[in-house]
Design a protein around this ligand. Structure first.
Ligand code: GDP
Ligand code: ZN
Length: 479
């Protein structure tokens, strides 16, 4: 609580809207001197909370008019930070913004905000818990539709509701066992209190355990699906990349890796974030030897969540002549093995096999491929490209899920870490509980307290500065 006092004695301000020139810019102020700042800049300090008021904004020292703008005022505690707050909505030119920030800095008790400081105040004032703060950070950074959905669900508190529900359940059971320790001779204590408690904790244990078996969907959605397009040289990997990039997919960023010659590109495919490494030939030189190509394919595939295996239909036809279900399947199996994608590997990866250069395959053979459920495409003749994208999207949905507020998924390794520890503590308790006698209960209950503490770390009720620093460093100034 020291931090709250420390915070509110200083009022902070900053631009909260985006960079560069824009129609309207938002400048935010938060803290107990908000009214003082308003009085200094608008000569008025009786703003109706949550109403927009048009005012002349002047420099408090020179009295020069800076702009006409809308003022939004929020009274503590009904504001984002929980403190008195206001927003100046002004014309978005850089000179207007600079002049207003300058004017605010002339008011006593005001200083520019640090990155994430508004949100930090909201957190310390109990307006949001840590998972909501993380959700908000993710929302600001969300690049694709499903990332946005997941972040909003988390920012809206659906994840913390779930964690808080578990925490309450734990605390209730601790209370029961403590009541039993203190008053076991008392006849007001029901006989079956221990039995009920044990049952309840078994249910909780099961629920958390199941929750953790989520295939890392939420984390993958947050971080992006690592996808590799693999196949022998000349099957059309680069061509496929080129055609899919021209479709309803956008490159979000290109990040040069530190390892030599590796480029990772970020794509939005049907609302899912996808990271594709350069096996697809983004920077693949034409003269790399086959073996190196395959070596690379293996390396990428082993790091990938999703592997798209591309096969050259023309080459396959040259070798097999007439396709039959059996020889096609055998060919593909051997092909995968050549790429290092053997059985053991296949089990743990999501894979999709596509036959390219279908334009060079005979009608008869095309029908056989279809009957074996293999999609044939042509990158150069633009055949079945949309179908290929649909299949890719299906795979992405399997990998990332479809976030809903009813079943929010954990989105970060940090959550997993604490929940695993929480689960372990509950299991410790349960496995020892059977063999213990009443004298040991006081010691045993420590495990449950530990489980509560783990959830406290998750939601931020137990605060550690290093965690907070990591989380708030992701925020920009003005948020
Ligand atoms: P990569 O080595 O796997 O990246 O293969 P490329 O994308 O560089 O393609 C190798 C060659 O196959 C190029 O000459 C492409 O024009 C050709 N190619 C790619 N896709 C098709 C296709 O669908 N049909 C035909 N006929 N040729 C293709
Ligand atoms: Zn290539």
């Amino acid at each position: 609580f020291e931090s709250i006092r420390l915070f509110s004695s200083i009022t902070i301000f900053s631009k909260s809207s985006g960079f560069g020139k824009c129609g309207v810019a938002v400048i935010r102020v938060s803290g107990e001197n908000t009214n003082k700042a308003l009085k200094a800049l608008t000569n008025f300090d009786n703003f109706k909370p949550r109403f927009a008021t048009l005012k002349q904004i002047k420099d408090p020292e020179t009295n020069i008019l800076i702009d006409n703008g809308l003022i939004l005022y929020f009274k503590s505690p009904k504001s984002f930070t929980g403190e008195d707050c206001c927003e100046f909505q002004v014309h978005g030119g850089p000179a207007v913004i600079t002049a207003i920030l300058n004017a605010l800095s002339k008011v006593d008790g005001l200083r520019p905000a640090l990155p994430g400081e508004f949100t930090k105040r909201a957190f310390y004032n109990g307006k949001m818990d840590l998972t909501e703060v993380e959700g908000l950070a993710d929302l600001i950074h969300a690049e694709t539709e499903y990332q946005r959905r997941q972040a909003l669900i988390q920012a809206d508190g659906h994840l913390s509701n779930l964690y808080k529900k578990w925490r309450t359940q734990l605390i209730r059971n601790i209370a029961h066992i403590e009541a039993f320790i203190d008053f076991s001779e008392d006849e007001n204590i029901e006989d079956d209190v221990l039995e009920v408690m044990e049952k309840d904790l078994h249910c909780l244990e099961k629920e958390i355990k199941q929750y953790l078996v989520d295939g890392r969907k939420g984390e993958r959605l947050r971080d992006g699906v690592k996808m590799a397009i693999v196949g022998e040289t000349n099957v059309g990997k680069s061509s496929l990349m080129n055609v899919i990039v021209q479709r309803d997919i956008s490159i979000v960023t290109n990040i040069e890796g530190t390892t030599r010659d590796i480029v990772e590109s970020h794509y939005d495919i049907g609302g899912y974030p996808v990271v594709i490494a350069d096996t697809a030939g983004l920077r693949e030189s034409k003269d790399i030897v086959e073996s190196e190509g395959i070596l690379r394919a293996k390396k990428y595939a082993s790091n990938a969540d999703f592997i798209l295996i591309l096969i050259d239909g023309e080459k396959m036809e040259k070798l097999l002549k007439d396709f039959e279900k059996e020889n096609v399947e055998k060919y593909i199996k051997e092909y995968k093995n050549r790429l290092g994608l053997d059985d053991g590997f296949r089990e743990c990866k999501q894979m999709l096999t596509i036959i390219n250069k279908i334009d060079l395959v005979s009608c008869r053979n095309k029908e056989i491929l279809k009957s074996c459920n293999f999609l044939g495409i042509s990158c150069t003749k633009a055949i079945n490209i949309q179908e290929a994208l649909e299949e890719i999207k299906e795979n992405l949905q399997n990998l990332c899920g479809n976030p809903t507020s009813e079943s929010p998924l954990l989105s970060q390794a940090r959550h997993r870490h604490y929940l695993q520890n929480c689960l372990k503590s509950i299991q410790d308790f349960l496995s020892n509980f059977d063999q213990s006698n009443e004298q040991d209960f006081a010691i045993l209950v420590q495990s449950l307290r530990n489980a509560v503490r783990c959830i406290g770390h998750l939601t931020g009720e137990v605060r550690t500065d290093d965690i907070l620093d990591v989380i708030f460093k992701d925020f920009c100034i003005g948020k």
